[in-house]
Design a binder for this molecule. Structure first.
Ligand SMILES: NC(=O)CC[C@H](N)C(=O)O
Length: 383
């Protein structure tokens, strides 16, 4: 951004650190948990992933916005994050698909951003002290006052943020993967027998629903507050549990719903859906120091020894010490050996902590959607 045209903005952390930079996107004041994402591209998908509700995202890649914003590469109708932090915002949107710049888009969507701060120093601080509450403002520029706003903000732990991003109505989804995926699909499956999957939406990324359609499923989306009875009344062949924001342990109603469907219909969960499946089986979750967010997280599948490079976005994790006997770990994150996937030993249910739908990110893990289809068709047991 051109410094002379931009207004000053500040970012304060609850530990008293204050960064002074330039405003971009909307002006105003916002609070959230300050976290970071190491993806080099994919800012549009990140901005519109509902799992970021309640968070201020720092991009570690130093220049963001150079390919602009287009109406297709979105994961939900609008951004759900609290704020956006970048080193440098590109003034130029250089892409034939773009219809606006990142700055214009964030202004239109009311998302407060700050640029021209030392994002490396911010990320190093977050890595050593852990994710902190923070505030960005173009209005409160007094350091102490802004630190106080950060301290007074609610944080994520124990908060049900799913209720803020839920769809209000059930929906039949038939959206297809974008044409860009043709080059990357591991298998075309439109000729398989139609099976009905109910996807429970806790703040679902749309590319998950598109992948389910690509497997040949007819997809009915139910809001994450639905009961087991409502899910079973749809007579599904399979149930999918989506990603979503906030602390999984705050979602008693979802755990209860999963306990009511387990063993009756095969289940596949992603990210929050994985954490909720584990909670429903008796495990506990805990908060990671600063989380995993990026598109280069290595994961190993225990049964095959294969390594997949995955897209991730989570701050909570399943506690290995709490794992009940009925669950088996299927995947580990190789950066820190945290649990990256589980399966139920006796019931058809499995889940992963990462994002096989990519968007943005590598496509190594899309085999999991095929595995879910094979599970529903009885061709194989998910591992
Ligand atoms: N992407 C997700 O589903 C995130 C799950 C959960 N909110 C976490 O941060 O761990």
């Amino acid at each position: 951004m051109n410094a002379s045209e931009s207004q000053v903005a500040k970012l304060a952390l609850e530990d008293g650190t204050v960064f002074t930079g330039l405003s971009f996107g909307a002006a105003g004041t916002t609070t959230g948990e300050v976290i970071f994402n190491t993806s080099m591209t994919g800012y549009q998908e990140i901005l519109t992933d509902p799992s970021y509700c309640g968070q201020i995202i720092t991009m570690t890649y130093p220049e963001i916005g150079n390919y602009g914003v287009n109406p297709e590469d979105v994961e939900s109708k609008r951004p759900h994050l609290s704020g956006f932090v970048v080193r440098n915002v590109s003034e130029i949107a250089s892409n034939f698909r773009a219809n606006e710049t990142l700055d214009e888009y964030l202004k239109k969507m009311g998302i407060v951003g700050i640029s021209n701060i030392d994002t490396r120093a911010l990320v190093r601080r977050t890595r050593s002290l852990g994710a902190m509450k923070g505030a960005i403002s173009t209005e409160t520029l007094d350091d102490e006052a802004l630190v106080q706003i950060a301290k007074d903000s609610p944080g994520l732990v124990g908060r049900d943020l799913v209720k803020e991003v839920l769809p209000d109505q059930p929906l039949d989804w038939d959206g297809q993967l974008s044409d860009w995926w043709d080059l990357r699909r591991d298998e075309h499956s439109s000729d398989v027998e139609k099976v009905k999957v109910v996807a429970i939406d806790f703040g679902m990324k749309q590319n998950i629903a598109r992948h389910l359609v690509d497997q040949g499923f007819s997809v009915r989306i139910l809001p994450g507050t639905c009961t087991a009875e409502e899910v079973l009344a749809c007579e599904p062949d399979g149930i999918f549990l989506s990603n979503g924001p906030g602390d999984p342990e705050a979602l008693d109603y979802a755990v209860q719903m999963i306990q009511g469907i387990l063993g009756k219909v095969p289940v596949f969960g992603i990210c929050l859906g994985h954490q909720l499946l584990a909670l429903a089986c008796g495990a506990k979750t805990y908060k990671l120091k600063f989380g995993h967010r990026g598109a280069n997280q290595p994961v190993q599948e225990v049964s095959t020894g294969k390594i997949e490079i995955t897209s991730q976005n989570h701050g909570f994790c399943v506690d290995p010490d709490s794992l009940p006997d009925c669950l088996e770990v299927t995947h580990y994150n190789l950066n820190d050996n945290t649990i990256a996937g589980v399966k139920h030993k006796t019931m058809p249910a499995f889940s992963v902590q990462y994002h096989p739908e990519a968007s943005a990110g590598p496509h190594d893990s899309q085999y999991l959607f095929r595995r879910f289809r094979e599970m529903l068709q009885g061709d194989s047991v998910a591992q």
